[in-house]
Design a protein around this ligand. Sequence first.
Ligand code: CA
Length: 244
Amino acid sequence: MRKIHDDLAEDAPIILIVEDEKDVVTPMEIKLSMEGYQTRSALSGKSALTEVFREPIPDLVLLDIMLPDISGLDVCMRIREAPQTSQIPIIMLTAKGEEIDRVVGLEVGADDYLVKPFSIRELVLRIQVALRRTMGSGDKQPKKSQFGPLYVNYDTHQTYIDGKEAVLTATEFKLLSTFIERAGRVQTRDILLDVVWGVQSYVQTRTVDSHIKQLRKKLGVAGNFIETIRGVGYIFNPQTSKQS
Ligand code: CA
């Protein structure tokens, strides 16, 4: 990482600039660091994918669409696909008149786009808005959870165990997210039936047990996070790990 100002706070948000024109990158780096951001740059799609997965993972990506090797749209999709980067705000940088690129950019998961040439003032404004959404203190429920080996993305409904995807049914996912939301509190079968299946369902309490059995199996090493409380129900306890 190139640091232009040594006095930047270590916890300043890291912006990854992906742009193949060096003479566009340098002034952006200088101005963003003056605004208090740490910057990192990549001049190709390939190096963008290296930089985005390098720890510490950047807090935001500015992504040019027209890159010499991998298209910015493909880079965007790859960032969205990986669990550790799926939530990073991405602002696409497009040339004037590339209307289609902009639409596709938003479709592949970009959060925003800026049409070149743009002012640094506008860029900073958009960065602030995007960062506020992910880093801000809003009372929106978190979009992802991590408990040891278990990683859950509520936006994409994906669950990973040690980085490997566990494919859950919609019901199993709802069960799991209900448990996580109510971690540490015992959930009776009746409560689970009510919340997961809905009051008017014909499902019997036995069905809850068989779904939980299946869910535990799919969660592998994280399966024991769901403990059985005999005669009462279940509790999600992520402290229950294999080493204890
Ligand atoms: Ca370009």
